[in-house]
Design a protein around this ligand. Structure first.
Ligand code: MD3
Ligand code: FE
Length: 247
């Protein structure tokens, strides 16, 4: 059962304290609505994505080779698959997981499970390089001691999309989610706490890492259909690593 959580509960005053210590270029505050631009402007952290979401542009780029080789090991043991939603739709995004739990969906619902339903085996352990990246990024966002137990890996090919949704299958919404974009760029949609709220569009590129915590944690979000593209390392794919503390 989902734990309910009020907006004020997840909105931590701490956010403002750690943002003040960050260099301007890492504050999330774009300068215009043109989402083709990199977000590098300065200004208050409430701009753009709003409080709780911090973009670390290119943070993962120097680790790309290690991340990719670790990902190949994960996918060898737990292959990417297109899961089915409770409504019966096959997802265009292919997914796998590593860590002590993995996010799954089927006709019976969404949940975190300790075993891969395709094989019955435990999910592959979280690679050291994944964990290092996630804890390092979380610390930069003010979340010291973050220890994710899940990395959900999303694989997009041109045309794949993720409809607007909230992530609320986790137990504790005070724990952030860390996302890592690799491969061809995508347009991320960032809404509000209600599905009907307006959305902003943010271009996510290879190596970009975002820490979603505090008041950003329960905002609606999605990915527009991926455009054709080619990345030297990833080919015509985008991979998103999303780290969670689910249990
Ligand atoms: C904002 N993945 O796996 S990552 C997902 O690019 C998911 O594959 C997208 O949404 C992707 O659930 C977006 C960015 C992201 C992840 C979790 C969030 C943004 C978030 C949770 C709360 C708010
Ligand atoms: Fe999500």
């Amino acid at each position: 059962m989902r734990r309910s959580c009020s907006y004020s509960e997840v909105e931590s005053g701490l956010w403002y304290a750690f943002v003040a210590k960050l260099p301007m270029r890492n504050r999330n505050s774009p300068t215009s609505t043109k989402f083709s631009e990199r977000v590098t402007g300065d200004g208050p952290p409430e701009d753009a994505l709003g409080p709780g979401a911090i973009i670390l542009r290119g943070f993962a780029a120097s680790e790309e080779t290690e991340l990719l080789s670790a990902l190949q090991h994960v996918a060898a043991r737990a292959p990417f698959r297109h899961m089915v939603t409770p409504g019966g739709f096959r997802m265009s995004v292919a997914m796998t997981n590593c860590g002590s739990l993995g996010w799954v969906t089927d006709r019976t619902g969404y949940r975190y499970a300790a075993a891969d339903p395709e094989s019955g085996l435990p999910w592959p352990p979280m690679p050291e390089s994944f964990l290092r990246l996630a804890t390092g990024a979380a610390a930069r966002g003010g979340f010291n001691g973050y220890v994710p137990d899940v990395c959900l890996v999303n694989r997009y090919e041109p045309g794949a999309k993720l409809s607007l949704h909230q992530d609320k299958d986790e137990q504790d919404f005070t724990q952030p989610i860390v996302s890592v974009s690799l491969g061809i760029p995508a347009v991320f949609l960032f809404g509000g706490l209600s599905r009907a709220d307006n959305t902003q569009r943010i271009r996510l590129e290879h190596g970009d890492v975002i820490v979603w915590g505090g008041p950003a944690r329960l905002r609606y979000h999605g990915i527009l259909p991926l455009k054709e593209g080619h990345h030297p390392l990833m080919g015509r794919r985008r991979i998103n690593l999303t780290f969670r503390k689910a249990a």
